[in-house]
Design a protein around this ligand. Structure first.
Ligand code: SF4
Ligand code: SF4
Length: 217
């Protein structure tokens, strides 16, 4: 497998996600309910009984870089995202071990008034695919998300080898927090790297749970 630098992989990740987001938008979202008219905007991101989005190491770096560059946040607001991530980890018992998909959380990347802080540049694939539909026949097929996630996995492999994992977004945000010393990420990277490379892939693809778009009732 061709290896990539983190910078090269981030550029490819960005292009791949832009293409996926555009495909979902133009092909499926016309049939979805309008988020602008939603009576509870953002509840799909903040409902701690629903959200269990997982991301990879490369996506976490992409999110950190997006937060670092966005003019929508000052330093205090930027710090607030990482503090919300730490609070979500503690409040919802999120961790790097066990059945991480069994735990749900309120996403720290949602900001009231602004929405998803990484919408344009670093949104996770399940979030891109998510919308509220009135008819199941309009819902994008799960295989689309799985294919997008396979491409993300391959990019992680090309940069980090086996030293990465699918983890809840708040967990990854604490690991790549610019204010952290990086010791925990280094420890985990050594642990993951010592495992067989052909490890279990994204369990969401196998279990297909909670990351499917919602059909509004
Ligand atoms: S996806 Fe659904 S719940 Fe979320 S803001 Fe849009 S309409 Fe509202
Ligand atoms: S990453 Fe963005 S779209 Fe996804 S749950 Fe968080 S705030 Fe919502």
């Amino acid at each position: 497998m061709k290896t990539l630098t983190e910078g090269e992989a981030l550029a490819r990740l960005r292009r791949g996600k832009a293409a996926f987001q555009s495909h979902i938008k133009t092909t499926y979202e016309r049939a979805a309910r309008s988020c602008a008219a939603c009576p509870t905007p953002g509840v799909c991101c903040t409902d701690a009984h629903f959200v269990n989005v997982h991301i990879t190491r490369l996506e976490a770096v992409a999110i950190r870089e997006t937060l670092r560059r966005t003019p929508r946040l000052d330093d205090a607001a930027r710090r607030g995202v990482y503090e919300r991530a730490r609070a979500a980890v503690a409040r919802h018992g999120l961790s790097v071990a066990g059945d991480t998909f069994a735990r749900t959380y309120s996403c720290p990347l949602f900001a009231p008034g602004a929405g998803c802080l990484v919408h344009a540049r670093a949104k996770p694939a399940p979030c891109m695919q998510h919308a509220c539909y009135d008819d199941w026949r309009d819902v994008p097929p799960a295989e689309l998300q799985w294919r997008a996630e396979s491409r993300v996995e391959r990019l992680n492999d090309q940069v980090y080898g086996a030293a990465w994992a699918w983890l809840p977004t708040p967990v990854w945000l604490t690991l790549v927090d610019p204010a952290s010393d990086g010791a925990e990420l280094s420890r985990l990277a050594r642990l993951w790297a010592s495992r067989r490379h052909a490890r279990t892939r994204n369990p969401a693809r196998i279990a297909a749970r909670r990351s499917l778009p919602v059909v509004a009732s």
